[in-house]
Design a protein around this ligand. Sequence first.
Ligand code: BV8
Length: 236
Amino acid sequence: MAHQNLVILTGSGISAESGVPTFRAADGLWMGHRVEDVATPQAFARDPALVQDFYNRRRRQLAEVQPNAAHRALAELAARWDGDLLLVTQNVDDLHDRAHAANPAAPGFDLLHMHGELLKAHCTITGRVLDCPGDLAPDQPSPFHPRGTLRPHIVWFGEMPLHMDRIERALGACDLFVSIGTSGAVWPAAGFVQLARHAGARTVELNLEPSQGSRLFDERIHGPATEVVPVFCSSL
Ligand code: BV8
């Protein structure tokens, strides 16, 4: 069956082979921290220096990593896809952005960072977003409000993910949903497969190993993203 409207969800597993550590690797720690302990508004209020440092280090690391064959395969697919293709990433790195910049997509494509972006910051008072290529100080003044400071433009635990209306509309209209490199541990992204199934879409999981929601997928293809994603994309 030829597919028309595709939604692809990615998680940190698609960036793993680029050298970006995943969240729930064996020890579940990130530079000695549990993500859930530093990626929250409470942690930021309690210790802004610790949280800014956590993101400053990850932002600096982006200069050392490159998109891999899986990111490039999705960009090649987006360049030739003649239907709607929404790429929703949980990742805050810019590897998808760079891959698509090198291979411009067809008109029906869009890339959404539902958990925010390392290379952006926003004002704590106005919420206005700006590019943030460098480090942020714990009390970085905001250019948008005299009492505002700048925080990472990242969706922390307990905060509402971005673009949810758009994502849910696309899931309700898709005929193919593909989940790549995510453990299915974080909600609401982990529930997207159910929304796609309710819409009658074919659902496929591409992951190194079965995710927490593996049984919900029509098909499961396991292996490293740089191997399984290019092969899957060429089958579409
Ligand atoms: C919200 C930014 C409500 C931070 C992130 C229902 C049930 C239970 C809990 C909840 C629930 N609803 C809400 C919650 C709470 C919480 C949650 O889900 N907690 C979990 C831990 C239980 N969710 C939230 O708080 C969300 N907010 O629901 O708000 C609300 C409602 C109204 C009004 C206001 C609020 C917000 C969640 C967003 C948190 N922010 N990221 C940062 O980056 O620092 S989440 C973080 O986890 C990353 O974005 C990451 O992408 C995401 C998911 O992790 P994965 O990407 O899947 O990474 P992981 O390591 O887990 O897995 C990697 C996978 O790749 C593995 O399966 C591995 O096998 C595979 N892999 C590894 N190598 C490879 C590979 N695959 C292929 N090839 C390889 N080479």
